[in-house]
Design a protein around this ligand. Structure first.
Ligand SMILES: Nc1nc2c(ncn2[C@@H]2O[C@H](COP(=O)(O)OP(=O)(O)OP(=O)(O)O)[C@@H](O)[C@H]2O)c(=O)[nH]1
Ligand SMILES: [Mg+2]
Length: 445
């Protein structure tokens, strides 16, 4: 997510590091490279130049008032302005009012149907955390494709969410029928999926406005595909007649540039509520300007990583993980546990991208994929060991290595290399332990 721009910002900040002052020529050059990299990331020129003008203005005040070097000031100001452009630092998470109708609108293929189910699932998960349950109904008024309504009901069923398929034959009658069904059956929330078009046209907008009047949605979300780049602003403006509440950005997991996020918020002055980050139902998160700004400028997103860990890893597992790092005698069994825990958090590449400084390391997708393959191989190797071998790896002599290699479907050299890497990681554990005691892995200096 935002990989390209993150690595460009990282290179820019690296280049500036250590410089305490700039002559006006250099400064202008650096500011215009910020503008260029924004435009390359699909930010409309007008938005990018407003951004840079504000950075320049802030720079004068900050270097005068605070004891920051120009380079430090630029990275801080770029971050602060980015947060501001994305909606500000104190945006509250969306909290749905009950009862409500939520309507999703957007272009064909933008992700409305998938998002309808993701949103229902997300609200369910959030409510469950508070020990409650929400009664949610999904329904579609998309008559443009024969399989559209079927698609929603299949996805809803897979995720145990109620879905009503109206027997009516046109979107307007169906909307009325769906609304009556929602009311009669005491649902707390109705999420309506609508039809899309390749381009916004009058007939679609008229249809949406009529449905809007019939079902009185409290929230109308414009579902925007992050990949459509500069075209997104035309779409956002064209849908204005539906008076939508804000937007949901989808496909942010693709090599999405940040253009849509920055331009939408700045130009439309409406909030972005959520981010779709993958095809799975759980790939959905709140849009939080501070975290997104960190990702865009290559500072990582540890807050989201911690949140994910809290949601997906039990407290007991977290205590075990702590022990793992503190012990210098961890076994293959512990290692297996760590691999399982990592996979609960997401793919290696999605985790790596949230680490601060990742963008500046310039690790390629191929290298990350290779890491993913390696960790699967490690898992197969450990699973081919007996419990005794997992606890005492010094037992693993030649004949055992041959058996383990066969069991894991790898060659002998790979077993040797794995054992060597494991021993190295035990050395790391010693360093971590020391770090825990001294606060510095290299001892006191
Ligand atoms: N990678 C990724 N794919 C997504 C995301 N959201 C949706 N998709 C995919 O995008 C494609 C289109 O999604 P739909 O939900 O069918 O889009 P739609 O807006 O309902 O499309 P129409 O009904 O044709 O108007 C599907 O293959 C989805 O799996 C996302 O956040 N990330
Ligand atoms: Mg659809």
């Amino acid at each position: 997510m935002f990989d390209t721009i993150a690595s460009k910002f990282s290179s820019l900040f690296e280049r500036l590091q250590g410089k305490s002052t700039f002559d006006s020529n250099t400064l202008n050059k650096e500011l215009s490279s910020i503008q260029d990299l924004l435009v390359d990331s699909d930010v409309p020129l007008a938005t990018a130049s407003s951004f840079v003008a504000l950075v320049e203005k802030d720079l004068v005040g900050t270097t005068k008032n605070k004891k920051l070097s120009t380079a430090e000031a630029i990275s801080k100001i770029v971050y602060d302005r980015m947060v501001d452009f994305l909606g500000g630092g104190n945006v509250d998470d969306f909290s749905v009012v009950i009862p409500s109708v939520i309507m999703l609108v957007g272009l064909q293929g933008s992700g409305k149907t998938t998002t309808a189910v993701k949103l229902a699932h997300f609200i369910n998960e959030q409510t469950l955390k508070r020990g409650k349950k929400r009664n949610i109904l999904l329904a579609s008024v998309d008559f443009s494709r024969p399989a559209a309504r079927e698609q929603l009901s299949v996805l809803a069923k897979q995720n145990n969410i109620d879905c009503y398929v109206s027997g009516q034959t046109d979107p307007i009658k169906a909307a009325k029928d769906i609304y009556d069904y929602y009311k009669k059956n005491g649902y707390e929330l109705l999420i309506i999926d609508t039809a899309g078009r390749l381009h916004v046209d009058e007939s679609l907008l008229n249809e949406l406005v009529t449905i809007d009047k019939l079902v009185s949605p409290r929230y109308k979300f414009l579902v925007l595909d992050s990949m459509i780049g500069q075209q997104s602003m035309q779409v956002a403006r064209a849908f204005s007649s539906v008076a939508y509440t804000g937007s949901i950005l989808t496909k942010a997991d693709s090599d999405a540039r940040c253009g849509v996020a920055l331009a939408f918020r700045y130009e439309m002055k409406k909030p972005i509520f959520f981010l779709g980050t993958g095809e799975r139902c759980a790939d959905f998160e709140f849009f939080r300007p501070k975290r997104i700004a960190s990702r865009i400028i290559g500072m990582g997103d540890v807050a989201t990583l911690v949140e994910r860990a809290e949601q997906k890893i039990s407290q007991q597992e977290q205590i075990e993980a702590q022990k793992f790092f503190e012990s210098n005698k961890f076994s293959f069994g512990d290692f297996l546990g760590q691999l399982d825990m990592m996979s609960k958090l997401g793919s290696l590449s999605s985790l790596a991208r949230m680490m601060p400084g990742f963008a500046s390391l310039k690790i390629s997708q191929d290298q990350l994929d290779q890491g993913e393959v390696e960790s699967r191989k490690f898992k197969a190797l450990i699973l081919s060991m007996t419990p005794k071998e997992r606890a005492f790896h010094s037992l693993i002599e030649q004949s055992r290595k041959i058996r383990i290699a066969k069991g894991a479907g790898v060659n002998l050299a790979e077993v040797d290399s794995f054992l060597r890497k494991f021993e190295q990681s035990q050395q790391f554990a010693k360093i971590f332990k020391k770090m825990g005691k001294n606060g510095n892995p290299f001892g006191s200096r």
